[in-house]
Design a protein around this ligand. Structure first.
Ligand SMILES: [Zn+2]
Length: 89
């Protein structure tokens, strides 16, 4: 599987570290049950999801990669910081 890094270009996934599903967000208020859900519980989605990948052996940037978990087809890869900035607008 290859990921097209916006800075480095097309690279093998061996250069990346997988973090997981990009959807969970850290709770903003102290709530033990919500934090346990955020930290430990994940849906096992079959199909396209957004994931976080770190380009450890490249530009050392976090990417948000849209990938189908069944076919492993990658639809897009953008810098996670850029996406977070756009979502905050
Ligand atoms: Zn890169």
């Amino acid at each position: 599987m290859r990921i097209h890094c916006p800075f480095c270009g097309s690279r093998d996934t061996g250069e990346f570290t997988y973090r997981g599903d990009a959807a969970p967000t850290r709770p903003t208020v102290p709530d033990e049950a919500a934090f346990i859900d955020y930290a430990y519980l994940r849906d096992n989605i079959a199909g396209p999801i957004d994931e976080h990948w770190y380009h450890l052996h490249g530009c050392r940037q976090w990417l948000t990669v849209r990938r189908d978990t069944v076919t492993h087809e990658i639809f897009s890869a953008v810098f996670a910081a850029t996406l977070a900035t756009e979502e905050a607008r």
